[in-house]
Design a protein around this ligand. Structure first.
Ligand code: NAP
Length: 357
């Protein structure tokens, strides 16, 4: 069943729920909504970590109201959703290490959390559109799968069918959550669903407190942990500001529908290091070498949270994505040099990597 309703007009102030508002991507999303004069209902787990959002609201045309909510608490989002026409569901753990039980750490909050938020949508008559922050991880599993893709680029018709709790659990958490969302949407006709499926997101963060893996990988590039070299690992990259804009456009463009891959370019880890070196000179120990795949396969699992299966199926394969649907939505991609330069500068300013010389 398709939804009979359409998105609220962009010109009139709307009341919008943003889940996980203390997150890296959500920070920009809240900023753009406030700047456009919308009333933002922001759910957070810990209001003490939301002071940056309050500052954004103080200098904007919009209003901000904070609500406490947890993905795993049934009914947690009902109060915050009252009066909202749009729900933007961004909250979901994006961590690649530091846990022992992948189901509890990633899959349960992603899937049960999405169900919990959408059950609240079912109970809230005012909601007309849901924008879900999904991921390119919901589009494909391992990089090697590109070899079977006609045209050599993943697009919105692709689904990740290879990840599981044991192999790529984060990717699995995202595809399972997105499938659940589409299933619930198709069971009714009051609200419609648009998903935003970004590749790896970079660019300055409005909060130093996020645990997003996006920030951690760049910190490791700058603090010397990757000094000895990086694997030949490539991935799609996109600026956080384009991802946030896409959420806003998806919410307020009546014709927006389906899935939107957010993708600018494919870069290897070494190429990213090169961009940073060009901008910041030799003061920081950005990696200069690629480690051969067999070495990564041998020692990688001893040094971090990667498995030999992951290395076999990802290192040395270059993925690309079709971003035409996002361009039709109105997204224009900025140069990657700007994304990485501004992101690393902000990491220095926040003291996440010590400034040198
Ligand atoms: P982030 O900064 O870690 O944001 C994740 C948010 O989820 C945080 O606000 C976190 O709350 C919240 N959250 C986690 N578990 C929760 C729970 N049990 N109850 C309530 N809230 C919970 O990461 P991000 O990069 O901005 O990610 C935001 C979304 O974008 C996620 O859905 C992620 O899968 C998706 N995404 C990210 C990327 C990327 O490269 N960054 C790419 C594609 C898709 P706390 O602040 O309280 O921890």
């Amino acid at each position: 069943m398709s939804a009979a309703s359409s998105a609220p007009a962009a010109s009139a102030p709307a009341t919008v729920l943003v889940t996980g508002a203390t997150g890296y991507i959500a920070g920009w999303l809240v900023k753009y909504l406030l700047d456009a004069g919308h009333n933002v209902h922001a759910t957070v787990r810990n209001p003490a970590r939301a002071t940056h959002l309050q500052k954004l609201a103080d200098g904007s045309k919009g209003t901000l109201t904070l609500f406490k909510a947890d993905l795993l608490t049934p009914g947690s989002f009902d109060e915050a959703m009252q009066g909202c026409s749009v729900v933007m569901h961004t909250a979901s753990p994006f961590v690649l290490d530091g846990f022992t039980d992948a189901y509890e750490a990633l899959v349960r909050p992603a899937v049960e959390g999405t169900r919990n938020v959408l059950e609240a949508v079912q109970r809230t008559e005012s909601v007309k559109r849901v924008v879900l922050t999904s991921s390119a991880a919901s589009v494909h599993g391992d990089n090697k799968e590109i070899l079977h893709k006609a045209g050599g680029r993943f697009d919105e018709s692709d689904w990740n069918t290879t990840s599981s709790v044991d192999h790529n659990p984060y990717q699995y958490s995202k595809v399972a959550a997105e499938r659940e969302a589409w299933k619930m949407q198709k069971g009714q006709s009051r609200w419609d669903l648009v998903t935003i499926n970004p590749v790896m997101v970079y660019g300055p963060s409005l909060t130093p407190a996020s645990h997003s893996a996006s920030i951690d990988t760049l910190v490791q590039m700058g603090d010397g942990r990757l000094r000895t070299g990086v694997p030949d690992l490539s991935f799609g990259v996109v600026d956080v500001r384009e991802v946030a804009r896409a959420h806003v456009l998806a919410a307020f463009t009546p014709a927006a529908s389906g899935r939107y891959i957010l993708y600018n370019k494919t870069l290897s880890m070494l190429k990213i290091a090169g961009i940073l070196r060009t901008r910041f000179g030799g003061r920081y120990p950005f990696p200069r070498m690629q480690i051969p795949k067999f070495m990564v396969w041998l020692v990688g699992p001893l040094m971090g949270p990667v498995t030999r299966d992951f290395i076999t199926r990802n290192v040395g394969y270059t993925v690309q994505f079709d971003n035409r649907h996002s361009q039709e939505l109105g997204i224009r991609y900025r140069p990657v040099e700007e994304t990485f330069g501004e992101h690393f500068q902000q990491i220095l300013d926040d003291g996440l990597v010590k400034k040198r010389g």
